[in-house]
Design a protein around this ligand. Structure first.
Ligand code: UGA
Length: 442
């Protein structure tokens, strides 16, 4: 089928490439002309394992094209997926102005006699589709024919291609049988259970799912604090809890908390839309608070152990909000490193792929390289001469680094493992003080 995707962020580009992989004829449009010209020459706008391979393969085969024009996208696709960003405003509310702008442009390009299915792919608050429909009705010509559906995405950064090609479930929120038929045809080659709902329920499934996962993380992080006070080990607690099939082990890894562009944004947008609809979602407010506090807790742990931070070199290993991505958005490393530098510590940071993104993220905060912040090209280099090592992201390159060499080159063998990813027993046997999260001796 001919499909158009508007917005080539993580969701849009991966979805477009995966539709092409399933045999569809896809046009991805984005208003950023520079990004489109780079994509045309095979340069990916972000790091995502496996993505450049399928983008290049299908671009070469002519099944995946790139453009900058919404009207071209409307002419091309029988279905048009909106996957522009919906960033948080200062209030926590989702900024839907990009969605509205695209809808107005789509409306202006719809033609009589050419039915189009407009699909919400971006994560949006419940009832956004109603607004999308109103906007299309307001700005399209009277004889234009279209429907609006919701088809939320559940891909994770770092495993986005695999998640899209082999999803746990596919959600169709539709208002009519023809929309369902079109979506079923698009997904006919995907081997996954499909749930068909009304449009509002589909929108809610996305916010409720992300918020539930964030709640699991904050729950186990709160339990990790009890573990630290009681001498229990949160990893064993999570294991024991997870053996109950009603609970499940996934997303019970305690640590310095969640980051990224999704959970922080979606939890606050869900709180906001709930309030607008008349419900104070205090449970989720607490999820956010616990998540924020974990960063402070981690910083205090370092401060308690090292006493004076001023003038001390501290190695920061892993900067992105999780492994497998160079995304620095809301990464816990940013907050903690900034606090360390405020206290006068010199931070030497390493990440296998995120250093350019980290430079930009620190730059936005007015923190430049040089002075107290430097970047190293390996974990070993970052740790040489350090008074302590902090692990923020469980990259394999960090977990499997040469800890023997690191142990020989640090000033003092103290490591703060913010992800409980290191072999604490082996490190302790090699003379390290290991401070994990919610574990004995943490
Ligand atoms: C998340 C969801 O998992 C996807 O299903 C969803 O499609 C996506 O948001 C989205 O809305 O687009 P993502 O943000 O890529 O995906 O990353 P996750 O793997 O969910 O991790 C999020 C954060 O939680 C990371 O900082 C990670 O370190 C943290 N986390 C995860 C924990 O602290 N503990 C855990 O047990 C699991």
């Amino acid at each position: 089928m001919k499909i158009s995707i508007i917005g080539t962020g993580h969701v849009g580009l991966v979805t477009g490439a995966c539709f092409a992989e399933k045999g569809h004829d896809v046009l991805c449009a984005d208003s950023d002309a520079e990004k489109i010209s780079r994509l045309r020459s095979g340069v990916m706008p972000f790091f995502e394992p496996g993505l450049d391979g399928i983008v290049k393969k299908h671009s070469a085969a002519g099944r995946l094209k790139f453009g900058t024009s919404v009207s071209e996208a409307v002419r091309h696709g029988q279905a048009i997926f909106i996957s522009v960003w919906t960033p948080p405003l200062k209030t926590g509310k989702a900024d839907l102005s990009f969605v509205e702008n695209v809808c107005r442009e789509i409306a202006g390009s719809l033609r009589a006699g050419e039915r189009r299915l407009i699909v919400e792919k971006s994560t949006v608050p419940v009832n956004t589709a109603r607004r999308v429909l109103d906007t299309l009705n307001r700005y399209a010509s009277r004889d234009a024919s279209f429907s609006v559906a919701s088809n939320p995405e559940f891909l994770r950064e770092g495993t986005a291609v695999e998640d899209t090609l082999k999803p746990d479930r596919i959600v169709f929120g539709v208002a009519d049988a023809e929309s369902e038929r079109t979506l079923r045809e698009i997904y006919s080659a995907f081997n996954a259970p499909i749930i068909v709902t009304d449009v509002a329920s589909a929108e809610l499934i996305k916010h409720a799912s992300n918020s539930f996962l964030a709640m699991k993380i904050s729950f186990i992080n709160a339990v990790s604090l009890i573990c630290e006070h009681s001498g229990a080990d949160v990893t064993r607690v999570a294991e024991g809890m997870g053996m109950d099939h009603r609970i499940q082990r996934a997303f019970l890894n305690a640590g310095i908390g969640y980051g990224g562009s999704c959970f922080p944004k979606d939890v606050s947008a869900f709180i906001d839309i709930s309030r607008e609809l008349g419900y104070e979602f205090r449970l989720l407010e607490e999820v956010e608070r616990i998540n924020r506090d974990m960063r402070t807790h981690f910083f205090r742990k370092i401060e308690r152990e090292l006493w004076i931070l001023k003038g001390k070199k501290i190695a920061a290993l892993g900067l992105s909000f999780k492994p497998g991505t160079d995304d620095m958005r809301m990464a816990p490393s940013l907050t903690v490193i900034e606090e360390l530098m405020k206290e006068g510590a010199a931070v030497s940071a390493f990440d296998p792929v995120s250093i350019p993104a980290a430079r930009a993220a620190f730059g936005e905060k007015g923190i430049r390289e040089g002075g107290l912040l430097s970047f190293a090209s390996s974990a070993e280099e970052a740790c040489a001469g350090a008074e302590a090592v902090c692990v923020f992201t469980e990259w394999p390159e960090i977990v499997q680094a040469d800890w023997k060499t690191i142990g020989e080159s640090v000033r003092t063998r103290i490591v703060f493992d913010g992800r409980n990813c290191l072999d604490a027993t082996a490190l302790r046997a090699a003379g390290w003080t290991v401070k994990g999260m919610g574990r004995p001796m943490a």
